[in-house]
Ligand binder design. Structure first.
Ligand code: SF4
Length: 160
């Protein structure tokens, strides 16, 4: 998988201290994107599953997938998410520029969705930018409880 960066002990990508993994590649091209260099899949470097697992295991924090858009590399990120769950049982948050409705019935995306705990969805919209929001940049983005949403068949927001 191609990874731009791994940040250990960050507090901005979900509750508590977390290991954030920034994946290369994004096609959403949101105006005002915080990290346009992440759009290029060739950015960052090729990283093995074991290299990433070693970092996650060493510091013991829960995990956040960001980017870029982790769903751009959905297959590889799914393998990583399953490994994190089976070996370490860590909580996983995942950011995406897609809306929940575009992810839930997509056969490429569904396996990753079923493996994570929280999805922060939707593109960043500059006109709705709000710096008072926790863990998201614009008011249209939602912090979604994945397990509850799948069980109920509708979006259930995380109570924060
Ligand atoms: S989804 Fe995220 S990384 Fe992709 S363009 Fe939008 S803000 Fe940037």
């Amino acid at each position: 998988m191609r990874i731009l960066n791994i940040v250990e002990g960050t507090s901005v990508d979900g509750p508590g201290l977390r290991t954030s993994i920034y994946f290369s590649g994004c096609t959403h091209k949101c105006e005002g994107c915080h990290n346009p260099q992440s759009w290029d899949y060739e950015a960052g470097k090729e990283t093995t599953l074991e290299e990433v697992m070693k970092v996650i295991e060493y510091n013991g924090f829960p995990v956040t997938f960001s980017g870029g858009d982790p769903f751009f590399q959905a297959e590889d990120v799914t393998v990583l998410a399953r490994e994190i769950k089976s070996r370490l049982g860590k909580n996983i948050w995942c950011y995406t520029g897609y809306r929940w409705e575009n992810v839930v019935d997509n056969p490429r995306f569904r396996p990753l969705l079923e493996t994570i705990d929280v999805l922060v969805d939707s593109p960043f919209i500059l006109a709705q930018r709000d710096i008072s929001l926790r863990f998201r940049g614009s008011g249209n983005q939602r912090i979604i409880d994945v397990k509850q949403s799948l069980a109920k068949g509708e979006v259930v927001l995380v109570d924060m």
